[in-house]
Design a protein around this ligand. Sequence first.
Ligand code: NI
Length: 170
Amino acid sequence: MALRNILKEGDETLSKRCRPVTDFNDRLHQLLDDMAETLTAAEGVGLAAPQVGILRRAVLVLETNVPEGESEKLIELINPEILSSDGEQEGPEGCLSVPGVYGWVKRPDHVRVRAQDRFGEFFEIEGYGLTARAFCHEVDHLDGHVFLEISDHIMSDEELEEYYATEDGK
Ligand code: NI
């Protein structure tokens, strides 16, 4: 495995629409393994292939809603599609491609996603809260969008501090 360089906002790769993954081969597995290492090292909750310069529809999302005592797990989603969404959440959202910047973004609170695994098998998965936010954020990357486009307010350090002080570190 190897760490890959995370492209930063302003790189035109991040505004391109990604093509579907069609070959579920060793090259894809290497990409996913490298993305996992890169995401973990950066302590993020999601990473999309275009962020490491690969214009293919593959993302990782960290499922943080796990029972006490269990470790968070990385979900690999190839060619993900949001089937349905409901509810609403609002809060600060960030991105490894836009380091240090958090914007207020509204997202659904619950989404159902259909995707393929690294071997091409289809599955469906649900996400709530932060996981729903991450699914939406990562799928947006595959269509060339970053959260700054839908944020109605970039938060100041003071606002962030206040938010996290009152939100119990969520
Ligand atoms: Ni991002």
